[in-house]
Design a protein around this ligand. Structure first.
Ligand code: G3H
Ligand code: 13P
Ligand code: ZN
Length: 312
């Protein structure tokens, strides 16, 4: 099977009350860990690359790594998606490189500017058989090109979604309902509650339309503990409770973005390996446990959070 778009995946996910995992990739071991878990569980998969990933690894390396995953696992459908495309030029370059899905993230601009840029991307992408995700509302947290303080973050306004989707022609919409990027989403003692009421209202305004949640890592404490027990210093790292993501996936949310949890898994594996084997210096020895943790984490998400196992 060649790379696919998310059109069919999202339709089945919407109707079936589950979501597809969109996992960030930056190198070979990450691609392998994620894909092996999805293939074993017969789960549809979105592999996504951010601007930072493209800068770190080179876009062509990432495309070829994902193409290798597709060739080795023809049994599952795989999408290659651009995560947080900052502008038309970035999205165009990914369409031209062979991505099958792109995100235009103009959520930090005005409503009208967001519409104009998202529509421009949708027109170009659709001419080339590529699908488009856009964002309305602002998440807090840090991405390479966007750093939004918590007090500047804004929930998505359900009054804007119909006009936005109609005027842009995008294929899916990322909304802000209380998730945020990174491993420090809440302060200790804070109630980590998503605004599922806003999600329900958005879904009412856009029946059948696929909704995306960014910033959806749950920050599994077992990996935080391994990191801290092996020389790390991650204080008060807190994520989104898994049950709330599962609830969202039962409704209109068809794509759930996860990156930070994979970073924690990779780091825990490497740190633990170095502490247990201070004499090792072969990268294959310490990257393999990182890759194994990523596979375990993705398998856990597919079964317990996304509910997309067996849905190919
Ligand atoms: O949305 C943010 C993702 O975790 C990607 O992060 O921009 O550091 O690659 P990055
Ligand atoms: P996390 O930082 O919660 O993993 O979110 C990742 C993300 O939204 C990528 O776009
Ligand atoms: Zn994101």
């Amino acid at each position: 099977m060649a790379l696919v778009t998310s059109t069919e995946m999202f339709k089945k996910a919407y109707d079936g009350g589950y979501a597809i995992g969109a996992f960030n990739v930056n190198n070979m071991e990450i691609v392998q860990g994620i894909t092996e878990a999805a293939a074993e569980l017969k789960a549809p998969l979105i592999l996504q690359a951010s601007a930072g990933a493209r800068k770190y690894a080179n876009s062509i390396y990432l495309v070829k790594l994902v193409e290798a995953a597709v060739e080795l696992h023809p049994e599952i459908p795989i999408v290659l998606h651009l995560d947080h495309g900052a502008d038309f030029a970035t999205c165009k370059s990914c369409v031209d490189d062979g991505f099958t899905s792109v995100m235009i993230d103009y959520s930090g601009h005005s409503f009208e500017e967001n519409i104009a840029e998202s529509r421009k991307v949708a027109e170009y992408a659709h001419e080339h058989g590529v699908v488009v995700e856009a964002e309305l509302g602002t998440l807090s947290g840090v991405e390479d090109d966007v750093n939004v303080a918590a007090d500047k973050a804004q929930y998505t306004d359900p009054d804007q979604v119909e006009e936005f989707v109609k005027r842009t022609g995008v294929d899916s919409l990322a909304i802000a309902i209380g998730t945020s990027h990174g491993a420090y989403k809440f302060k200790p003692g804070q109630n980590p509650k998503l605004r599922l009421d806003i999600l329900a209202e958005v879904a009412r305004r856009l029946p059948g339309f696929p909704i995306v949640l960014h910033g959806s890592s749950s920050v599994p404490q077992e990996y935080v503990k391994i990191i801290n027990a092996n020389g790390g210093a991650l204080k008060d790292a807190i994520g989104i409770p898994e049950e709330q993501l599962r609830e969202a996936a039962k409704g209109a949310v068809c794509k759930i973005n996860i990156d930070s949890d994979l970073r924690l898994g990779m780091t825990a594996g490497i740190r633990q390996h170095f502490c247990e084997h201070p004499d090792h210096f072969d990268p294959r020895q310490y990257l393999a446990p990182g890759r194994a943790n990523i596979k375990d984490i993705v398998a856990h998400k597919i079964v317990n959070v996304l509910g997309c196992d067996g849905k190919i």
